[in-house]
Design a protein around this ligand. Structure first.
Ligand SMILES: [Zn+2]
Length: 172
């Protein structure tokens, strides 16, 4: 059985907008969040948009994993992050995205893919897609080209599969 996607609370859903604060402007991750946001908004066809806020309250907070005791454990060779969501009676109320401190693949394309993938989880998607940014296990070439299958459609340019966009629209 696949897990159904999880929607945010109605109050947030009506804006179709998630504010996001970047507490991960460190090392290899510098600039990645800011670069990922317009890509996400465009490739998700505005099903939901992220808006960067400099400080204070935000719906989604981005962090580097490992700084605190209760952080999720990400392997040293991680090519993925973790999105944690707090779900109340009426849906998701807040979320955090944890990025691996030492991603095994430091290519900028891979960092962007990790961030864009977790943004989709934070916005409510659960089970992975078979292609695009929300795929399970990407093939990554030495030159930073990413594809679901060897010889498959490669990223960049980044894309979410149509099915992923339809699922996002359904919960927003
Ligand atoms: Zn995932």
């Amino acid at each position: 059985m696949s897990k159904p996607d999880t929607s945010w609370t109605p109050k947030i859903r009506e804006k179709k907008l998630l504010t996001i604060r970047n507490d991960a402007e460190i090392g290899v991750w510098s600039g990645v969040v800011a670069e990922a946001i317009p890509i996400f908004n465009q490739k998700m066809m505005n099903a939901v948009k992220y808006e960067l806020v400099a400080e204070g309250h935000a719906n989604v907070i981005v962090k580097i994993a490992g700084g605190r005791k209760d952080d999720p454990k990400l392997g040293a060779t991680a090519t993925h992050g973790v999105a944690r969501r707090w779900i109340g009676n009426r849906g998701v109320e807040e979320a955090e995205i944890y990025l691996p401190a030492q991603p095994s693949q430091g290519h900028k394309n891979v960092l962007l893919m990790i961030m864009l993938h977790e943004m989709a989880h934070a916005a409510g998607l659960e089970n992975h897609a078979s292609d695009g940014l929300f795929m399970t296990l990407p093939n990554i070439s030495a030159t930073g080209k990413i594809s679901a299958t060897k010889g498959g459609k490669s990223m960049p340019p980044f894309f979410f599969s149509n099915k992923t966009v339809v699922r996002m629209r359904a919960i927003w």
